[in-house]
Design a protein around this ligand. Structure first.
Ligand SMILES: [Zn+2]
Ligand SMILES: [Zn+2]
Length: 206
């Protein structure tokens, strides 16, 4: 039986030829979900650290994805990407005890950049593609600097794992943890003990 694609004359390969293909990150994200459970009840178990082998696998999986970008995309020849790959491979070899990246909530709240305001030749520091040539641009700006902008798809896996800006190495995840802690401290200072404020703000723990 003919598939939908052949019946409707859709050639997927042809459609994507204009732009280098992106690596499939599904195995990376499934590894990541094992080492950073996002269900609150699991998060509450502070001493449940992930297995080092799982952490290592997540780092090498992203390193491989970035290597694929480096190999298949002629624009992706930056020292930055090379450094990111080396950092990922280093972490795969000596996995950190805990993964200290940002959470999906943080990613979702990143400032979206209006493609009309971007210079024509501006490109993503990771994949090297110019933003304006992307048929479906989804560009985000990191809070560290107004010029630190990336394809969401390129920066998201890195931030979830590392939590740092690749350009200036600012630890955005740490900054976010500090911000939430300060919020909690302020609330505790202002709330009387019988208030149920603490319970309400539990959602802030990242
Ligand atoms: Zn990119
Ligand atoms: Zn930055």
């Amino acid at each position: 039986m003919a598939s939908y694609e052949t019946e409707h004359n859709i050639n997927r390969a042809e459609q994507s030829e204009t732009r280098p293909r992106r690596p499939d990150l599904s195995s990376f994200f499934s590894l990541l979900s094992q080492i950073t459970p996002d269900r609150p009840e699991e998060r509450a178990r502070e001493h449940a650290v992930p297995v080092p082998g799982d952490v290592s696998a997540a780092f090498s999986s992203l390193a491989e994805a970035f290597q694929l970008i480096q190999r298949e995309n002629e624009h992706a020849d930056s020292d930055l990407l090379q450094n990111m790959i080396e950092a990922l491979m280093g972490a795969a070899e000596h996995p950190p005890r805990e993964v200290k990246g940002v959470d999906e909530e943080y990613i979702a709240a990143l400032d979206r950049v209006n493609i009309k305001t971007i210079k024509k030749d501006a490109d993503c520091p990771i994949c090297g593609n110019t933003f304006v040539e992307d048929p479906h641009p989804l560009v985000v700006q990191l809070p560290c600097h107004s010029t630190h902008i990336f394809d969401l798809e390129c920066i998201r896996p890195w931030l979830l794992l590392n939590g740092t800006c690749p350009l200036d190495r600012m630890d955005l995840a740490q900054r976010e943890r500090d911000r939430k802690q300060k919020l909690l401290d302020d609330i505790k200072k202002n709330a009387s003990p019988e208030d149920e404020a603490e319970e309400e703000w539990d959602g802030l723990y990242g």
